[in-house]
Design a protein around this ligand. Structure first.
Ligand SMILES: Cc1ncc(COP(=O)(O)O)c(C=O)c1O
Length: 390
């Protein structure tokens, strides 16, 4: 029996650049001690107080179907959070609760892209982006971003590539680079969207992890609230990756349609998960800061290691849980560097090429092991780069 072209074409074919990741996993399974600095997941688990709230809710009976758009309490908490953080008045009618940011990305693009529409995304990119865009029937088109500009998309980068595009997907703080987009960059994004009548899908799942500078949401800029869909999630801010709870925030009309989509796809998010998320958001910024603090510490440790040598340089990252290293001086591709590093030092990092062609010659280091081990691993990466430098 034939399968749909859409489902068969999701990955776009070819190598996905994740070979090193799977090789590291096989080595671990075979008993090798590998330091894994690959995927974006905390080395701590969800805080006990959030689990207690989840337990209270489930034992209290909140295990049936929950409201499809999200519980009123969680939608209100998300709306209040965005109003407070961005100054853009937001109510529960602007919020759909989703099973994580990934599902929110799919929903947002479903709302704005028809079959065959061009959907832009910035390269380097979070690995699922092109497949998500293909999944809604859109044609993904990369906006190449440049290392000289810390991989931030300029107005020209966007407009050079936006002919006929329906939407632009941006991500700040950025995965994989850790860069927090500057005011100029976000203004350029907004201008490009307004000038070319594009929707802006703004992935802000790392908005609580800012180590330098300020997070600016495109939704806050003139004329943008009506054309921006913000993607949020509890995964990174509250170490709730496994709970699968996130949101889309946007104009009321879009959310109304997305509730219909949710009715026909996810049928909402479990009530006890939503209650736990409501509890977590109610705890305010202290809990978010606790979750983010290890990354801020490790970034400082990593920067100090990198400052002492010239073999690799650091993309000026100022947020999220990643450091992106420019290893072009070694003459190796990111893939070869990562592969040899894994073989010789048993340290696994992600090749820049896994995140698109713009980040070739770079590797992404996730700051997801405890401080001392992270510092030692980074020192080994730097030493390895020095050894192989031509
Ligand atoms: C940039 C970005 N967006 C979205 C997601 C999806 O996160 P989740 O579905 O866990 O909310 C991730 C996860 O790593 C990410 O890095």
């Amino acid at each position: 029996m034939d399968l749909s072209k859409r489902i068969q074409g999701l990955t776009g074919g070819g190598s996905d650049g994740w070979d090193v990741f799977y090789k590291a996993r096989r080595m671990v399974a075979d008993g090798t001690d590998v330091i894994e600095l690959t995927i974006g997941e905390h080395d701590i688990r969800t805080h006990q107080s959030i689990l207690d709230a989840m337990h209270r809710s489930a034992s209290g009976g909140h295990t049936g179907y929950a409201m499809v758009p999200g519980t009123d309490a969680l939608r209100d908490a998300v709306a209040e959070r965005l109003t407070t953080r961005t100054g853009v008045p937001t109510t529960r009618d602007n919020v759909l609760i989703t099973p994580g940011g990934q599902s929110a990305l799919f929903a947002a693009h479903s709302a704005v892209c028809d079959e065959g529409d061009v959907a832009l995304f910035c390269d380097p990119y979070y690995a699922t982006y092109p497949g998500t865009l293909r999944g809604v029937g859109a044609i993904p088109r990369a906006v190449p971003c440049h290392p000289e500009n810390a991989f931030e998309p300029s107005y020209a980068d966007i407009t050079d590539n936006c002919a006929g595009a329906k939407s632009l997907l941006v991500n700040t703080p950025n995965n994989p680079t850790g860069v927090v987009y500057s005011k100029d960059t976000v203004e350029g994004i907004a201008r490009a969207c307004r000038d070319n009548d594009m929707w802006c899908i703004s992935d802000e799942v790392y908005d609580t992890q800012i180590w330098d500078g300020t997070h600016i949401s495109p939704r806050t800029l003139d004329g943008m609230a009506e054309r921006t869909l913000v993607i949020g999630s509890m995964s990174k801010s509250h170490a709730m990756t496994g709970s699968r709870v996130g949101w889309v925030v946007g104009p009321k009309e879009v959310i109304t349609h997305l509730v219909t989509l949710a009715t026909h796809t996810t049928y909402g998010v479990p009530g006890y998960i939503q209650d736990a998320a409501t509890f977590a958001l109610g705890e305010g910024t202290a809990l978010e800061q606790d979750v983010g603090a290890p990354f801020e510490r490790r970034r400082a440790l990593g920067k100090a290691v990198i400052a002492k040598q010239n073999a690799v340089s650091l993309v000026p990252s100022s947020g999220a849980m990643y450091m992106m290293l420019d290893i072009r001086n070694t003459g190796l591709s990111g893939e070869d560097f990562a592969d040899k590093l894994l073989d010789t030092h048993h340290i696994a990092v992600m090749p820049g090429e896994s995140f698109g062609s713009s980040a070739a010659g770079h590797v992404r280091v996730a700051m997801t092991v405890e401080d001392a081990a992270f510092e030692t691993a980074l020192q080994s990466i730097v030493d390895f780069a020095k050894e192989i430098e031509p």
